[in-house]
Write a protein that binds this ligand. Structure first.
Ligand SMILES: Nc1ncnc2c1ncn2[C@@H]1O[C@H](COP(=O)(O)OP(=O)(O)OP(=O)(O)O)[C@@H](O)[C@H]1O
Length: 253
């Protein structure tokens, strides 16, 4: 990002404590539109808390979250989705009894309305445009052949892909992925990389928390490293991941 460009997402001086533990201490994050931005760091560094603050699941003690110039710090997660902040979770949260396609259709409607009307496309078969969009999300994540299967029946790696397909269906401006590669087979991990790149090439902005450094270095334009709730450093992945201070933070030596 050029120093003059306004980031699409800006987190400013966010602090969060849990019972005296500082999970985040005055953390800044600037995410350029159309980029993939990685957030890495050792266990307990504050990565998920940062995603929770950006998506609205955890209110910060101090600091601000601004999307496209609009302050969203006080909005609920549900109010942030239609504005374009959509996330996946470390622990999968799907509707196991619904089909793969139905899960994606529900994802589409989380961007507009909540309550009974949000089930409208399931009841009526949905309109063609929404269907086509849902099919596209399924295709992108290799789920087309599974569209009629109950989500709970899918193997774990495909459930993770479905979580991403459903989040994508909400048409995010910023897609927040919490450990998308965790629990996936090596093959699933390999297929994740081109999928996320393709989304970025289409203009989507992605913030990804991930422990797999191969995935991070293959998909990210920029990486922020957290350590003990503080921003240790940030920059291009090659430079950041090779730095001595980052290696020391990970190895604890
Ligand atoms: N709801 C909570 N209640 C109490 N403490 C919490 C809560 N959420 C996070 N913490 C604490 O805040 C700190 C940061 O946790 P967080 O989950 O954000 O780290 P992380 O970098 O995502 O870790 P991991 O890589 O293990 O998922 C940890 O000390 C954690 O125990």
């Amino acid at each position: 990002m050029s120093p003059l460009a306004e980031p699409l997402l800006r987190v400013s001086a966010v602090t969060k404590h849990f019972q005296g533990v500082e999970a985040l201490g005055a953390v800044d994050l600037e995410v350029a539109g159309g980029s993939v931005h990685g957030v890495v760091g050792p266990n307990g560094a504050g990565k998920t808390t940062l995603l929770n603050v950006v998506s609205g699941y955890v209110p910060p003690d101090e600091g601000r979250v601004v999307l496209g110039g609009r302050d969203v710090t006080r909005l609920t997660p549900q109010r942030r989705v239609p504005l374009g902040i959509v996330r996946t979770f470390q622990n999968i949260r799907l509707f196991g009894g619904l089909t793969v396609l139905e899960n994606v259709l529900l994802g589409q409607h989380s961007r507009a309305v909540t309550g009974a009307r949000s089930l409208w496309p399931l009841r009526t078969g949905g309109d063609r445009r929404l269907r086509a969009e849902a099919e596209r999300s399924l295709e992108l994540f290799g789920l087309t052949d599974y569209r009629g299967r109950r989500a709970a029946e899918l193997p774990y790696g495909l459930q993770k892909q479905l979580e991403m397909a459903r989040a994508l269906a909400a048409r995010p401006k910023v897609l927040l992925l919490d450990e998308p590669a965790s629990g996936m087979t090596a093959e699933d991990r390999r297929s994740l990389v081109p999928r996320i790149r393709e989304l970025r090439d289409e203009g989507l902005t992605v913030v990804v928390v991930e422990h797999d450094m191969d995935v991070i270095s293959n998909i990210c334009d920029h990486v922020t490293v957290l350590n003990f709730g503080r921003r240790l450093t940030d920059g291009p992945p090659g430079q950041v991941l090779a730095s001595d201070e980052v290696r020391t933070a990970y190895l604890g030596t």
